[in-house]
Ligand binder design. Structure first.
Ligand SMILES: Nc1ncnc2c1ncn2[C@@H]1O[C@H](COP(=O)(O)OP(=O)(O)OP(=O)(O)O)[C@@H](O)[C@H]1O
Length: 632
């Protein structure tokens, strides 16, 4: 690591010269290198012999020799060997390191050329030895000093070593830290790689985005241009709008005034509608609350009937004329004619529409809140069903479908004036004084029985009868078809039954004008009566006798009721027959009644026609009291 501190040992080593190292090297090694060591130790063998003093003095080394020059010799003369080496040999081996002091006169050793002491010069040798010893002592002292220095240095170095060890520990800790850091850094590096990958991806994306941006910029520029154009257009439009707003304000003002006018006119319209109803009713009352129309059926083979004459001057007279043979035989024949006057007489050529036009005013009265009852009276085959129901084609449709159509159309028109209507239809047959629901759709075996009930508010209802809510003309026509189907089923079981039963179609009408808090309620009742022909008692037997009794009873009671109403009798015998009981609400003071007397033009029906016209004439003479509207 470059951050590691430089070892101080280098400095320590630099203080010691290579010579010093050699000086303090082990003595053995240096001895081996010394050539003097191979030489025979003659000096040792001559210890104790005398030598001259001068020689000794000459052989003595100078005292001022450098301490370091004797280092190796000190080791060489270590006490472990017990051998004293000659100083000369050791110093000679050192070369230039041990320089003798200048001016020294000591005899040279054999190696260096110094004079050798003679064998006898023991003193000189001793002196040399003493010199050597002193020299060695000096050197030992200096070595000791050096040793002390070295010890101090060593202690210092040891301290340093401890310090360095501590530093080393620290550094090892640091290394661990650094290694951890390195690991972390390698993680960082991998992260960095990832990031750099991501970066390159992002750069690519950026490139594509930049190209897109350029496209968008182009687009923006074009849109800005467009925007400018639009702004210009907008300003034009704004000025137009301002003009239009001014116009709108004027128009709103006009609308307000028109709304006021409409409200005023609506008031007037309502008042007008009420006035129309009042006048309409007045007219109907002037015409009579019970009216009788006579209708002559065309001859089945075509042509004109001879015995029925209709007044050409008006359409209210009918004359029955018959020429009979004289019973006395005095005259060839007797001419008898019977004149009858009705509210209206329709000849064989009268269309269904012409007939309906006359009763449509009464249908309007039903919508205005008056009970209306319209029934057809006449012998079998005289045209009652044709008048009331008619045929399938539009032209031949009878009073019931036309009345239904008128009711729904008128209700729709009145809706614009705030009226809302609900309609309930029922269709019932009275046969042999028994009621039968013609709108029944269940199993024949489970047909319920019916009773006529009168509520506290004098409303007549039939128990278990189907009362169907209807809202369209088609729904009602569907119910009429269902009723005809039910009648036809009964007819096959019992021949010619329809001629011997009364069928009563009732449409209950309820109108509400919520805005004006006005309500009205009425019933439009359209009845196809059973054939009115009388049967000779002797010819009527069994069921037929029972039927005829029931029919005659109910028809004659109808006449009685109408007569009682006309005479304002205290008791009106409604309950004497199912027919009058059921029609109670539609007959009398609170209703408008229309009777069709249908006439068969055939000569053999003369008697029945006469009877029918007589009955109708009686009814026509009745003036039933003023009808009151069912309005709240
Ligand atoms: N005004 C008329 N114009 C043309 N055809 C008529 C007219 N009146 C009745 N008819 C025809 O005469 C026939 C008998 O008429 P319708 O069935 O209406 O008599 P009805 O009195 O109802 O008889 P019933 O009492 O048996 O029911 C029918 O075929 C009918 O189409």
């Amino acid at each position: 690591m470059s951050r590691l501190p430089v070892m101080s040992s280098k400095r320590v080593l630099s203080t010691n010269s290579s010579a010093n190292v050699q000086d303090f090297a082990p003595a053995q090694k240096r001895v081996r290198k010394d050539p003097e060591t191979d030489r025979p130790q003659t000096a040792a063998t001559v210890i104790g012999t005398k030598r001259p003093a001068a020689a000794v003095a000459a052989a003595r080394p100078p005292l001022s020799r450098p301490v370091r020059g004797a280092g190796a010799a000190t080791v060489a003369v270590g006490p472990s060997r017990g051998v004293v080496k000659p100083y000369v040999a050791s110093t000679a081996a050192r070369g230039g390191n041990m320089k003798p002091p200048a001016g020294s006169t000591a005899p040279k050793t054999a190696g260096s050329g110094a004079p050798r002491r003679h064998a006898w010069d023991l003193k000189g040798k001793v002196s040399d030895m003493e010199d050597k010893i002193r020299n060695y002592q000096t050197r030992v002292k200096s070595v000791n000093q050096e040793n002390e220095v070295l010890k101090g240095s060593m202690a210092h170095n040891q301290t340093k070593v401890v310090e360095l060890e501590e530093q080393l520990k620290k550094l090892e800790g640091q290394i661990i830290d650094y290694e951890t850091e390195v690991k972390a850094l390698s993680n960082v590096r991998s992260e960095l790689d990832k990031v750099s990958n991501e970066k390159s991806c992002l750069e690519k994306e950026l490139c594509s985005l930049e190209s897109k941006y350029r496209v968008v910029e182009t687009l923006r520029d074009s849109q800005e241009t467009e925007l400018q154009t639009l702004k210009m257009k907008l300003s034009v439009q704004e000025s137009t709008l301002a003009r239009l707003q001014a116009t709108l304000r004027d128009t709103e003002e006009q609308v307000r005034s028109l709304t006021d006018t409409v409200a005023q006119q609506s008031e007037e319209l309502h008042a007008g509608e009420m006035e129309r109803r009042r006048l309409h009713n007045t007219i109907q009352e002037l015409k009579g609350n019970i009216r009788v129309f006579c209708r002559v059926r065309p001859l089945q083979g075509g042509g004109l009937s001879k015995h029925i004459q209709l007044a050409a001057s008006n359409n209210k007279m009918i004359t029955l004329a018959k020429t009979e043979e004289s019973h006395t035989g005095k005259t060839a024949e007797t001419h008898k004619s019977y004149n009858f006057s009705f509210d209206r007489v329709f000849g064989p050529g009268a269309s269904q529409q012409e007939v309906f036009d006359e009763i449509s005013l009464l249908v309007q009265s039903a919508l205005d809140g008056y009970n209306v009852c319209c029934f057809a009276y006449g012998q079998t085959g005289s045209g009652k069903t044709f008048t009331m129901e008619g045929g399938e084609f539009d032209d031949s449709r009878g009073c019931i479908p036309r009345a239904v159509q008128q009711v729904f159309r008128a209700a729709e028109k009145l809706g614009a004036q705030g009226w809302e209507f609900t309609f309930t239809a029922s269709f019932v047959e009275i046969y042999n004084e028994t009621l039968r629901d013609l709108l029944y759709t269940g199993k024949g075996s489970k047909r319920p029985e019916h009773e006529i009930r009168k509520s506290a508010s004098n409303e007549v209802t039939i128990t278990n009868l189907s009362y169907r809510k209807v809202s369209t003309e088609d729904e009602v026509l569907g119910l009429i078809a269902l009723a005809n189907h039910n009648r036809a089923t009964a007819q096959t079981a019992q021949n010619d039954r329809s001629s011997r039963s009364h069928s009563v179609f009732q449409l209950d009408i309820e109108g509400v004008n919520a805005g004006r808090e006005v309500k009205c309620k009425s019933t439009l009742c359209l009845v196809d009566l059973a054939g009115s022909e009388r049967m000779v008692k002797s010819q009527s037997q069994g069921e037929r006798f029972k039927e005829m009794t029931a029919i005659n009873g109910s028809l004659s009671n109808l006449g009685i009721v109408i007569s009682a109403l006309a005479n304002k009798e205290s008791h009106i015998p409604y309950r004497n027959s199912k027919l009058t009981y059921l029609l109670q609400g539609c007959l009398g003071g609170n209703s408008k009644t229309l009777m069709f007397v249908n006439v068969a033009p055939e000569p053999d029906s003369f008697g029945e026609t006469l009877n029918s016209l007589r009955f109708a004439s009686k009814v026509n003479d009745c003036v039933i009291g003023t009808a009151s509207v069912n309005r709240k």
